[in-house]
Design a protein around this ligand. Structure first.
Ligand SMILES: NC(=O)c1ccc[n+]([C@@H]2O[C@H](COP(=O)([O-])OP(=O)(O)OC[C@H]3O[C@@H](n4cnc5c(N)ncnc54)[C@H](OP(=O)(O)O)[C@@H]3O)[C@@H](O)[C@H]2O)c1
Length: 275
């Protein structure tokens, strides 16, 4: 594979869901490299904490308190960066999850996941593309979409979440091809279960195939892969990778392997909710 390394220093851009978890950790990484970041999320308190942490690392920030699923959110984000001469980073990270059998999932939760995990990043990317293209003329712009390992192996009781995460992954792949030669580097991250607040209400452990990785380890791998110029960044633990490979060659074998543990998994994820 022909990879061109990416310079992650002095990036100027937007990180959604920057108040905690993966979004905050990425803000720290770009901040440490001299970045200037617009931190977007619904809670001023957590965004302010991220801003302080980024400042301690040498980066600078602006904060925009915004629910990405509300009408006009994209316009308000664009307004916030309108005076910037360069916007060469967009991290579509904000996301939510509700697990459970499809027929037990409320319509409101279906809409909440699709609105935040799929519609919001597509609309934001669409509106920011001219700026990313223009800013990417030199060393390139970065569009980083946070998908999930669930886009590589669909998990029972996560059908809607899986739909959104597969959707954002294929959105990125299509766009990467559409944007070839424009200087916009499109990368998709496929995190496996990662130790963040999103996972606190999920009780499936390694015995059910849900080995969790520490956030710091996931971020180290992610940043190294991004800097190396990778487009598809898989941070899954080793155990899950063999299942991902089997899912390509023999998906029904994965069905069979999961079947005996279905009842235990359904129970373990029954409270999993971050909406
Ligand atoms: N943790 C995992 O195991 C895992 C695995 C695979 C993929 N991922 C993906 O990684 C991304 C980050 O996950 P995480 O684990 O860091 O989750 P998290 O700890 O729950 O953080 C989610 C972030 O999104 C923001 N957010 C939620 N709803 C929002 C809205 N309507 N508008 C604006 N911001 C909103 C939250 O801030 P506010 O509450 O302030 O809005 C928060 O900062 C998500 O896309 C998730 O699907 C996570």
């Amino acid at each position: 594979m022909n990879l061109n390394t990416l310079d992650l220093t002095h990036r100027r851009g937007i990180i959604t869901g920057a108040g905690q978890g993966i979004g905050r950790a990425l803000a720290l990484e770009f901040g440490r490299r001299g970045g200037h970041l617009l931190l977007v999320g619904r809670q001023l308190a957590t965004l302010t904490e991220t801003a302080q942490l980024v400042a301690a690392e040498g980066g600078t920030t602006e904060i925009l308190v915004e629910d990405l699923t509300t009408p006009g959110a994209v316009d308000r984000i664009l307004d916030a960066v309108a005076s910037w001469s360069v916007v060469d980073l967009l991290v579509n990270n904000a996301g939510n999850v509700r697990a459970g059998r499809l027929d037990h999932t409320s319509d409101a939760d279906v809409h909440a996941m699709i609105d935040l995990n799929l519609t919001a990043p597509i609309l934001l990317t669409k509106s920011l593309l001219p700026a990313l293209r223009q800013s990417g003329q030199g060393r390139g712009s970065i569009l980083l979409n946070i998908s999930s390992g669930i886009a590589l192996v669909g998990m029972p009781f996560y059908s809607v979440y899986a739909a959104t995460k597969s959707g954002i992954a294929q959105f990125g792949e299509s766009l990467r091809r559409e944007l070839i030669g424009t200087g916009v580097h499109v990368a998709t991250v496929y995190p496996g279960a990662t130790d963040t607040a999103m996972m606190t209400s999920q009780n499936a452990g390694a015995d059910l195939g849900w080995e969790r990785r520490a956030l710091a380890d996931v971020i180290t791998d992610l940043i190294a892969a991004l800097a190396a110029g990778e487009h598809d960044i898989n941070t899954a633990p080793a155990g899950r990778r063999s299942m991902q490979e089997l899912n390509v060659t023999d998906p029904l074998a994965v069905d069979a392997a999961m079947a005996p543990g279905l009842a235990a998994l359904e129970l373990a994820v029954s409270d999993h909710r971050s909406i």
